[in-house]
Design a protein around this ligand. Structure first.
Ligand SMILES: Cc1cc2nc3c(=O)[nH]c(=O)nc-3n(C[C@H](O)[C@H](O)[C@H](O)COP(=O)(O)OP(=O)(O)OC[C@H]3O[C@@H](n4cnc5c(N)ncnc54)[C@H](O)[C@@H]3O)c2cc1C
Length: 571
């Protein structure tokens, strides 16, 4: 008898498993159970569908040659049986059966399996925010009880947000949560013509980045007209006639036509837990290297599983489509009798924010230090191609390394130019356990239209090597600002040219152009802390070397120079 494989979940991991398994085994009986209406759609494309960069819903569900991936497609082309609008409600592991319920007819059916797969994805986290309706003041409501309050996970959510924009002519929106989805939605709604406020409870948006880059992205969004608020707590939503009208925080009140809740996801492992499968510390289903759960006849893949972070070797939750597909492939190969290993992830992400691209792989400096690493970093603003080549745009490259053995820990990349080369290079080096020396000497292809002769990641590696051999001591702009606020006695030494200084400068900074520094050493007090900088802190580093070789003992360079300074400037 042919093997029977039942897959619960039909968006990314589920269909990937079905398609790969069919290629490996023509006999196996494959069934997908999907609670929702739609199958195998591009969830990652939803923000672009909302702002109509992607015009038609079906484009999210088409193959590259324009064939719609609906149940008929799966049955006819892949020989995969699909039950959509059907929920798996119970698993009997002894009998190897799944009980499923048709959500339109309430009919219950039992499906036997030889192998079962959980590809049940993630659940949106809804914060415990209260709501009041001025027409029913005594009623206790949660934030989702008011209309025009949305989350974004599936196509239905995207349709509802499109509806409020197009049909209800929404003009203002408040996004609760400044993480990746919140910021993708920011661009989408601004592009749709809405005035957008983002409210983040933490001190900085984008917890995927270190704060020194998060603040630069926040400033950029503010320049784009987005009202981004941090360290602000939502107290309640206020509605009228059941429709949200205001968002009340501990600092302000915002009139709004819509609220998007983007406060994160958690693994949808409820049914797995109910079935007695082992659940990990992150709430995801525990799997081994072969994506097998604690039951050898049950596999799991995608946003419902817990995996290993390959940098710190700790359990982690990484709900990304890129990983869901790789895990799905491994599950299919292993059900077909193979031995495919999925080692874990690097937490690599990238997203578009207006003209910026933002990416992260591995650990940030704060996360690394919190995990006990003795970590160092470099922050390098530089053009994405040869500086003299037309169209070169500035990008910021940050590399994080373990001081004890020089091993790479992570990279973060932000800017209007091409950052993906660097992000991919660092992710690759991380995956192979690379060191800062490896990165520094990596033979990266170069020609002026694409890169600089020494690629940005190699420059960043060299900056870290300078820091590790103590020829350079850095300090972040955030630390410099804290010193200024505490009125500490130090010299912020700008070593740019008088012309550059005239155009823009940090209030209170002292100008001594690099070319004049040797002649003006006597003007600088030797006992004071001196922090040098220039446009990007290359001349700042050269100034530090001059000062140190002339007996100045307490000198630092401001990492990234003026390009990474997010605070007030004088013009
Ligand atoms: C707006 C947005 C943008 C994103 N952008 C990116 C990106 O740029 N890059 C990236 O890598 N990732 C991105 N992601 C994440 C990516 O979409 C997910 O990682 C991916 O969809 C996970 O696939 P999955 O199959 O594990 O889970 P899901 O896509 O969540 O699918 C799981 C399915 O299982 C079904 N299900 C659950 N329980 C049952 C049950 N009991 N019975 C029947 N069916 C059930 C659910 O209805 C759901 O449809 C984005 C996500 C969102 C929401």
């Amino acid at each position: 008898m042919a093997k029977r494989v039942v897959i619960i979940g039909g968006v990314a991991a589920g269909p990937k498993i079905a398609a790969k398994l069919r290629r490996l085994d023509h006999e196996v009986e494959i069934t997908i159970i999907e609670k929702g209406q739609f199958l195998s759609y591009a969830g990652c494309g939803l923000p672009y569908y909302i702002c109509e960069d992607i015009k038609e819903q079906r484009e999210l569900m088409e193959t590259p040659v324009g064939v719609l991936r609906d149940p008929e497609f799966f049955e006819k082309t892949k020989n995969v049986k699909v039950y959509n609008r059907t929920e798996a409600i119970k698993v009997d592991r002894l009998k190897k059966e799944v009980e499923v319920k048709n959500l339109d007819t309430n009919q219950i059916k039992t499906l036997p399996y030889d192998y079962l797969v959980f590809a049940t994805g993630a659940k949106v986290m809804i914060p415990p925010i209260k709501a009041v309706d001025i027409e029913h003041p005594g009623m206790e409501l949660g934030c989702m009880d008011l209309s025009h309050v949305y989350t974004l996970h599936g196509i239905e959510d995207a349709e509802a947000i499109r509806w409020i924009i197009k049909e209800k002519m929404a003009k203002k929106a408040v996004i609760i949560g400044g993480g990746l989805i919140g910021m993708e939605m920011t661009e989408s709604l601004v592009k749709s013509g809405l005035s957008v406020t983002v409210i983040e409870m933490l001190p900085e948006i984008l917890p995927i980045l270190d704060d020194d880059l998060g603040i630069l992205v926040r400033r950029y969004c503010q320049e784009k007209g987005v009202n981004v608020r941090v360290e602000e707590k939502i107290l309640r939503l206020e509605g009228e006639g059941g429709i949200v009208k205001k968002v009340v925080t501990d600092k302000d009140v915002y009139d709004t036509d819509a609220v998007i809740i983007a406060t994160g996801f958690r693994p949808n492992s409820d049914l797995a837990k109910k079935s007695g499968l082992e659940i990990g510390e992150t709430g995801g289903i525990k799997v081994d290297l072969f994506m097998r759960t604690s039951d050898p006849f049950i596999y799991a893949a995608g946003d419902c599983v817990e995996i290993e972070n390959l940098v710190c070797l700790k359990s982690a939750y990484m709900p990304m489509g890129s990983l869901a597909n790789k895990q799905g492939r491994a599950v299919a190969i292993n059900i077909a009798g193979g031995q495919e290993v999925f080692r874990g992830g690097l937490n690599s992400v990238v997203f578009k924010l207006f003209d910026y691209t933002v990416s992260r792989t591995g650990l940030g400096i704060k996360q690394a230090k919190d995990l006990g690493f003795d970590a160092e970093y470099a922050l390098v603003p530089a053009p994405d191609k040869a500086h003299y080549y037309p169209g070169a745009k500035r990008v910021i490259t940050k590399i994080i390394v373990d001081k004890r053995n020089g091993k790479l820990l992570g990279g973060q990349f932000v800017g209007a130019g091409d950052i993906m080369k660097s992000a991919n290079t660092v992710a690759t080096a991380l995956y192979y356990g690379g060191t800062i020396e490896d990165l520094s000497m990596l033979d990266i292809p170069y020609a002026p239209p694409y890169a600089s002769a020494i690629d940005n990641v190699c420059v960043a590696a060299n900056v870290i090597r300078n820091k590790l051999n103590r020829s350079m001591i850095g300090i972040s702009a955030l630390e410099v600002e804290k010193k200024r606020k505490r009125n500490e006695d130090f010299i912020l030494l700008d070593v740019r040219t008088p012309k550059e200084y005239q155009q823009v400068r940090i209030p209170g900074s002292t100008l001594i152009p690099l070319g004049n520094l040797k002649q003006k050493l006597d003007e600088l007090p030797r006992e004071k802390e001196i922090i040098t900088f220039c446009a990007v802190s290359l001349r700042g580093y050269e100034a530090l070397l001059i000062l140190k070789s002339n007996g100045f003992g307490n000198v630092k360079v401001m990492d990234g120079g003026l390009a990474c300074w997010p605070y007030e400037l004088e013009k």
